[in-house]
Design a protein. Structure first.
Lengths: 440, 405
């Protein structure tokens, strides 16, 4: 029966090609626009590390200017830490399972042979980073904890860089030249792209590629390799010592700090630990503001940082209204079309079709229109995403239509068409055949 | 308008169909006014002048990776070469580019007693005496830097400049009475590091286009040597920019101890910085265009259908003496009534939507004149959309009335 209804639906659609294509187009446009903004929104607000997002916590300590406005929530506190606080926490015996201190830097990679040098972003961090964030290794592994203590010249590089420099061979044991220095490669990371790149603090680049080089932070500071990304200061630097030393012991924030806390008890104990740490520092004359420490798990942290921009939310809301207009449009057109079918419906009823049969048959027609609209919508969403990709820098990880999105698009379109068609279909199935047949 | 009554009563017989169009019109008005408002705001932002000679300015960023090279000598050589290129008006070493999104924020204190929450925040640019000309700034008062006032900043030394040239906006923020020239201000609280304001220039934006103090900027006479990065801004004669970019890149790339990271026109940099705004403008324009088209086509489709449904009645009216114009007018008035109902709902919708967007996402309040503009646009849209089906209706011959009775 279903295939018969589909055949009837196609025949009916062929009879009113203009009206039908208007409906399919309207639905397609609505679905296309909505799916475009929804895909961007969905990927932006996605959980970058689902199996661990509840146990990884970003740390904030409020070391800021006493004259700044009072702190009310985590949003009011600097998202980064001073180098000295990070270092103190790394060295301390805290309740955390793991901690990782990190910062963003960079250098010029000088390849062997004649290939031209190029600039790369580098993450200076600790050995714990890789296990904490579940970084997948292709060859080798993280450096050992001794390398952190000894400020060793070791590096973990990404697959992409390994392909570029070593033609994809296992490069563990070889070295890479960064500016003037050689670093021994201990591990090669497989493709790894948490979206958004949550561990970072530069949110304008939250959707760009992960770094291709990781080195011990202790080594990077030793060099010193200057931070890239935001550096915020409020207190003057101490001028009695060399600039770099003054900078390192300053109240400038430019490093990030994460802790892995597996149980609620551990979370509470760690929070207490941080509070006590700040109290101690206050006695040493630092932290002039009231006591404010914050720890936020990955998803809370993405909220604190406002990763999904207001523009994206405005776009999503407006494109939803757009979809509503398209559905209203379709209801109107369907109503018109189905009332125009009164004669045919009356005939089928007179021939013995029940109201239920008429209802089902027309619902199939509506569903067919919806499915066609969905397919058009997928095409338009694909085009829309290409457009969005070309409009925004660094959205390359945000514009893929995965199977879930494809199914959602068609499902949404069919649902929208059926919602749009329910009333017209019901109207047409309630028609009394006798009166209509008489006028023919 | 004596047929307004019958038309309205006819509409009441097909309430749902009319209501659907009215709702569509209402939502269209709500979305279009808000989207148009967003577009105009963003377009205004992008159109603000940076203060630079935008079409004739280019930037070069290079990074040195060999610590044996004397960076100061290299900079002198670079500047000599860049300034000697044909077509170059002026070239300056600078540590950040206005409106590039990456820069240096500082605070000036006008009295030694001032606390950090009272100080005036601004965007700082380290340049030499070629800064004013390279950045195309007009000195309104005072003088330019002198070569002997230049200072060096690096990870080893942090020489402190004694003079600064400020934008008029910064001068007015620091000294609202307009007597900033010659005043001593302080770079840090407690009256440390006095600086003299030796000049005031007209206008230049800081590095962050969306900051609320975008016009407060200052120049200090300093060379920045942080890491190996070196940045130059070059102003050229009209039409010579691209040639200068190519020649400059060729020169800089000769040195194998560094890489040339970026050679970019200022216009391109501005497009990148405003990428999000430009994207929003494009997306909102697309929404307006497609939404208007969908609503218009919906009206065409429904009117077309209603003409088909009413062929007999139209024929009868024609047979009873109605002119073609009467028939066209019937559909136009009908559409006008429906559109007007939609607009009435839509104004409430537009205001509500704007209130929601402004409260949740700080989009700002739509100026009131957007509403009448949107109303007129939708009336026109409705009338235009219904014209084609109405003309088709007018073509129905009176004889049709007699046929199937």
């Amino acid at each position: 029966m279903f295939s018969y209804y589909v055949a009837l639906a196609l025949a009916s659609m062929r009879r009113t090609p203009v009206l039908t294509s208007l409906m399919v187009l309207a639905l397609g446009l609505g679905i296309g626009a909505f799916m475009t903004t929804f895909t961007v929104y969905y990927l932006m607000s996605g959980d970058p590390i689902p199996h661990k997002s509840g146990v990884l916590f970003a740390v904030q300590l409020d070391n800021w200017d006493p004259n700044s406005p009072p702190t009310e929530s985590a949003e009011d506190v600097q998202p980064q830490l001073t180098w000295q606080d990070g270092l103190n926490l790394m060295r301390a015996d805290t309740p955390a399972t793991r901690q990782a201190h990190m910062y963003s830097t960079g250098a010029i990679v000088v390849p062997e042979g004649d290939d031209p040098p190029f600039d790369e972003n580098i993450r200076g961090t600790y050995q714990t980073f890789f296990e904490m964030f579940d970084v997948p290794f292709l060859h080798g592994g993280p450096w050992d904890s001794r390398a952190d203590e000894e400020r060793a010249s070791v590096a973990v590089i990404g697959r992409e860089l390994n392909d570029k420099l070593f033609g994809g061979e296992n490069s563990v044991g070889r070295s890479i030249r960064l500016d003037d220095n050689f670093f021994k490669i201990v591990g090669v990371i497989d493709d790894w792209q948490p979206t958004p790149r949550f561990y970072h603090s530069d949110w304008s680049r939250a959707f760009q590629d992960t770094e291709q080089i990781f080195i011990p932070m202790t080594r990077a500071i030793d060099e010193p390799m200057a931070p890239r990304g935001n550096t915020n200061c409020w207190a003057p630097l101490d001028e009695s010592v060399p600039v770099i030393e003054a900078f390192l012991k300053s109240e400038c924030v430019w490093t990030q700090f994460w802790a892995e806390l597996e149980t609620p008890d551990q979370v509470a104990a760690y929070k207490d630990y941080l509070d006590n740490y700040v109290r101690e520092q206050k006695q040493a004359g630092r932290f002039p503001r009231p006591l404010n420490t914050f720890i936020s798990d990955v998803n809370e942290w993405l909220d604190v940082m406002g990763v999904v921009g207001n523009d994206n939310r405005v776009q999503l809301r407006l494109s939803f209204l757009f979809l509503v207009v398209c559905v209203l449009n379709t209801v109107g057109l369907l109503l018109a079309k189905f009332l125009g079918k009164s004669g045919e419906v009356a005939l089928r009823r007179a021939m013995g079709a029940s109201r239920g049969a008429i209802f089902r048959q027309n619902l199939v027609e509506v569903g067919t229109i919806g499915a066609l609209g969905g397919i058009v919508g997928i095409g338009l969403a694909w085009l829309g995403l290409r457009g969005v990709e070309s409009l925004y820098n660094g959205y390359q990880h945000l514009v893929s239509l995965d199977p879930v999105m494809l199914a959602t698009a068609v499902g949404l379109s069919v649902a929208a068409a059926i919602a749009a068609g329910l009333y017209p279909v019901w109207r047409v199935s309630r028609l009394e055949p006798a009166g209509l047949l008489k006028t023919q | 308008m004596n047929d307004f009554g019958p038309i309205f009563r006819t509409l009441l017989r097909n309430k749902l169909g009319a209501l659907l169009i009215a709702l569509q019109i209402a939502l269209t008005l709500a979305v279009v006014t808000n989207a148009a408002f967003i577009i105009s705001q963003r377009a205004d932002d992008v159109a603000r002048p940076s203060g630079l000679d935008e079409p004739n300015t280019a930037m070069f960023i290079t990074t040195l990776f060999d610590s044996n090279v004397d960076q100061k000598q290299l900079r002198r050589d670079d500047l000599d070469a860049l300034r000697g290129l044909p077509g170059v008006v002026a070239a300056v070493p600078i540590q950040s580019i206005p409106i590039s999104g990456s820069g240096w924020g500082e605070d000036y204190y006008t009295t030694p007693e001032m606390t950090s929450d009272e100080s005036i925040n601004f965007g700082m640019f380290m340049v030499d005496e070629h800064g004013l000309e390279s950045l195309d700034l007009e000195l309104l008062a005072g003088r330019n830097f002198r070569p002997e006032e230049m200072t060096e900043r690096s990870l080893d030394s942090f020489e402190f400049p004694r003079v600064t040239i400020v934008s008029e906006a910064l001068a007015d923020s620091l000294f609202p009475d307009g007597d900033a020239l010659g005043k001593t201000i302080y770079d840090e609280p407690n009256g440390e590091k006095p600086i003299e304001i030796i000049g005031i220039y007209d206008h230049m934006q800081n590095a962050w286009p969306h900051s609320d103090n975008v016009d407060r900027t200052a120049l200090i006479p300093a060379y920045a040597n942080f890491g190996g990065q070196m940045m130059y801004l070059v102003r050229t004669e009209p039409g010579r920019r691209d040639a200068v970019m190519a020649a400059g890149e060729e020169y800089l790339a000769q040195n194998r101890s560094r890489i040339v990271e970026t050679v970019r026109s200022y216009e391109e940099q501005k497009r990148r910085t405003y990428g999000g705004d430009i994207a929003m403008i494009t997306l909102m324009s697309t929404v307006i265009a497609i939404l208007t088209a969908v609503t218009g086509l919906g009206i065409v489709g429904l009117a077309w259908f209603s003409v088909t449904q009413r062929r007999k009645q139209i024929g009868t009216r024609r047979a009873l003496g109605a002119t073609r114009f009467d028939i066209v007018r019937y559909f136009m008035v009908e559409n006008w009534i429906i559109t007007s109902i939609g607009i009435a709902i839509g104004i409430a919708g537009a205001v509500t939507l704007n209130w929601f967007l402004d409260t949740e996402y700080n989009t700002g309040r739509v100026p009131l004149w957007y509403l009448p503009a949107g109303m007129i646009a939708l009336w026109l849209l409705g009338q235009l959309a219904v014209l084609l089906p109405a003309r088709r209706a007018a073509g129905i011959p009176p004889a049709l009335a007699t046929r199937s009775v």
